[in-house]
Write a protein that binds this ligand. Structure first.
Ligand code: SF4
Length: 422
């Protein structure tokens, strides 16, 4: 059950408990470089980004917003720190939402009031972003919480000191301050008769963020944007986001999410959808099932699975696809999927909607799986997934238990083609 919230709109995207949990990301280009920023946003749109945020550190960046907005479909959010004039300029440029942290805004409540009035006049949304670092800066206090310490003693043994109780108290106190500030800012907005806003309470510490969101959710019906800030590179960031979001989403908390990765932003979107699909909160795109492979494997399952997943990255239609390495679990999982491949001795059985379609040699795996997937998709998506057999090379090096790898690993097949227009 989703937590019941107020509803808000960012452009044509509804946010709140009446709407699906929206997936967003942030560009890494210099916003003033309109061509590069638009190109990156289009790549984000291709993989399902529903809201996009751009950094606006200077006037030149704010002045580029109108040109960017005119060339994209996704609602545009301007990310502003410190200077309220940049927020006002971004609003004039026609963005759909402003993201500010009132705590680091020059002029504080007076500046906040001016920005809210400008948002009201244009009918646009706002995110009130509070994070643990800025709360500490605001209160001129240290952000460090006590950590586990390990010391090497003279006798060569290690001494471990875990101030768990102090850390818990410090976290409780920090979270209380974060939530109190967020509620104060919400009151400022409500006092102006403005409710088209959501709130984020970020921390790079997963447990701090989770605790802050939970506390806020118990005290307010304002929609929440979930994020674990500075989460890390691909594996670290995806795992930290998944752990934090899952704890909250499973409790019904969270109305829009951003998985923050030190990677190309378009890599954040599949992670976000995977989290939401795993919790059955969204069904968009491919639910991919593949076996990890083991000493029983009879096909080059790693390579085939990775290539199939890459080729299906732009699919929006909910569909389940399985790539399995042998007869132990292969037929069962493949039968349960919309399209499945169950490998065995250099061959594969192709399933479609639970029925065996045909058996193909390993060199035709990619062609066969993509062809069956395409047959279940709307025409526009089918063309992207399966441009035709001649476009697809063999993807597998070939592998059986008896023969091992038959050849040197092949280079991956060409990258997935760009979609044909909208
Ligand atoms: S499906 Fe077969 S190859 Fe894959 S992990 Fe299971 S037993 Fe191993």
């Amino acid at each position: 059950m989703r937590r019941k919230t107020r509803q808000m709109h960012v452009g044509n995207v509804g946010i709140g408990s009446d709407y699906p949990i929206a997936v967003q990301s942030m560009t890494t280009t210099y916003t003033r470089d309109v061509a590069a920023t638009v190109a990156q946003i289009k790549r984000l749109e291709d993989v399902g980004c529903e809201l996009v945020r751009v950094a606006v550190p200077e006037v030149t960046d704010a002045q580029a917003l109108s040109a960017i907005k005119q060339q994209i479909r996704t609602p545009l959010i301007a990310d502003i720190h410190y200077d309220p004039k940049l927020a006002l300029l971004a609003i004039e440029q026609g963005v759909d939402k402003i993201r500010i942290n009132p705590g680091n805004l020059k002029g504080q409540r007076e500046a906040f009031t001016e920005i809210v009035k400008a948002c009201q006049a244009k009918g646009i949304a706002m995110r009130i972003g509070v994070n643990s670092g800025s709360i500490d800066a605001l209160d001129q206090r240290g952000a460090e919480m006590r950590k586990v310490q390990v010391r090497l003693l003279e006798d060569g043994t290690l001494e471990r000191i875990d101030p768990a109780e102090e850390r818990r108290r410090e976290r409780d106190e920090l979270v209380e301050r974060m939530v109190a500030k967020a509620l104060e800012y919400c009151q400022w907005a409500d006092d102006l008769g403005y409710q088209n806003y959501d709130v984020s309470l970020k921390s790079s510490n997963v447990l701090t963020a989770v605790q802050a969101y939970r506390l806020f959710a118990g005290r307010s019906d304002v929609p929440l944007h979930l994020g674990i800030t500075e989460a890390g590179t691909h594996v670290t960031g995806a795992v930290k986001s998944a752990v934090g979001f899952a704890l909250l989403l499973a409790d019904g908390i969270g109305d829009t999410i951003r998985v923050s990765l030190t990677a190309e932003p378009e890599e954040e979107i599949p992670v976000a959808y995977e989290i939401l699909r795993s919790l059955e909160l969204r069904s968009r795109g491919v639910t991919f099932v593949s076996c990890p492979s083991c000493g029983r494997v009879e096909i080059d399952v790693l390579r085939v699975a990775n290539e199939v997943e890459k080729r299906l990255a732009k699919v929006q239609t909910p569909i389940q696809v399985a790539v399995m390495g042998c007869v132990v679990n292969g037929p069962g999982e493949s039968r349960d999927a919309d399209v499945g491949l169950a490998g065995g001795r250099g061959k594969g059985v192709i399933f479609r909607k639970g029925e065996v379609v045909r058996t193909v040699p390993e060199s035709e795996f990619l062609d066969a799986v993509l062809k069956e997937v395409a047959s279940l998709l709307p025409e526009a998506e089918a063309k992207i997934v399966y441009p035709g057999a001649s476009e697809l090379g063999p993807v597998s090096a070939g592998r059986t238990r008896k023969e091992g790898y038959k050849a040197k690993p092949l280079p991956m097949a060409n990258a997935a083609p760009e979609p044909a227009g909208e």
